[in-house]
Write a new protein. Structure first.
Length: 318
């Protein structure tokens, strides 16, 4: 996969309605960059292992600059994620990776490149170290391509160029062939752009396929969980019950028998809240619906019975 850089020499409804806007993508991006920071750096900078000293943990100092770039809770225009990563080179020197993620496909009121150079200036003024900046574009607007910042007046000219990576320009086959786990994160974001008009069942199948891609890379439990959380929440189901089904299917695939933790608690909470919202179906009918979906996905009858509490005879009759 090539990094496009501006650093040049210089039961489910059949209707496929538009999916509800994703919410809080910015927080998901912040979390995933930290969860798999080394894979993130290797993905965008092929020379990372020769350049960076990964025996020293990355540090994140973007909170220091949050007051200069306040978060807009209900912003209708463009929103950004800013991550400031402190890394060490193998020669012991400190360097900085400024990661700017554009999480909407609108241009917004402020010019993108103006924001980029402002962030660079604040970092340079505070730390006076070398900086590289990366703009990751997640939107579906093919016409939006950030340009270098240029300010010229009466013979004085300032130009600021930075790396640009547009997810929309990427190819699924190339990402699937990339063994780096962060390629699966990009695959999830690419699916969110290209497959907006899908049913919940189709979306569930997409998430299962992304999980299979992730499993191929044989990650440790913590890293797998971090990326899987990104996949789970980056595109929301229209029907919240589908998340319950998806979580149960994941548990069946992984054979998890660990005590209930935060995610399990939230799963049960979602299920309880769904039942309290006046749904017409009772617990048995819900179990039948879930079992039917799992059967379509070719789960073993014994597994379906264990998770839904239905008898094998009931499941075989579906």
């Amino acid at each position: 996969m090539e990094l496009t850089s501006s650093i040049a020499k210089p039961k489910q409804q059949k209707r496929k309605a538009r999916r509800k806007p994703r919410r809080r993508d910015d927080f998901l991006w912040k979390a995933i960059v930290e969860d798999v920071s080394e894979d993130f750096l290797r993905f965008f900078f092929p020379e990372a292992d020769a350049l960076f000293d990964f025996s020293r943990k990355c540090e994140y100092l973007d909170k220091e600059f949050d007051p200069f770039f306040p978060y807009e809770e209900n912003a209708a225009t463009v929103r950004y994620v800013d991550k400031l990563i402190k890394v060490y080179l193998k020669d012991g020197t400190e360097k900085w990776i400024a990661v700017h993620v554009e999480v909407q496909n609108q241009r917004g009121k402020a010019d993108f490149s103006s924001r980029m150079i402002r962030y660079w200036y604040l970092m340079k003024e505070k730390y006076n170290v070398s900086i590289t900046a990366l703009a990751i574009i997640t939107g579906s607007n093919k016409k939006f391509r950030p340009k270098p910042y240029v300010d010229a007046f009466l013979g004085t000219k300032l130009t600021y160029e930075y790396n640009v990576y547009s997810i929309l320009d990427q190819q699924e086959a190339v990402l699937q062939a990339n063994p780096n786990p962060f390629a699966v994160v990009i695959l999830a974001a690419l699916s969110a752009i290209r497959k907006k008009k899908v049913t919940d069942l189709e979306l569930k199948a997409i998430k299962h396929e992304l999980n299979r891609e992730l499993t191929k890379r044989k990650l440790d439990v913590v890293k797998h969980k971090g990326i899987m959380n990104f996949i789970k929440y980056y595109m929301n189901f229209e029907n919240p019950k589908m998340m319950i089904t998806f979580d149960r299917e994941l548990q069946a695939l992984t054979g998890r028998t660990t005590p209930m933790g935060t995610e399990e608690y939230l799963l049960q909470k979602r299920e309880a809240e769904g039942l309290q919202k006046g749904e017409a179906k009772g617990r048995h009918d819900e179990a039948v619906e879930i079992a039917s979906e799992m059967k379509k996905d070719k789960f073993p009858v014994e597994t379906i019975s264990k998770l839904t509490k239905l008898t094998i005879k009931e499941i075989e009759a579906l």
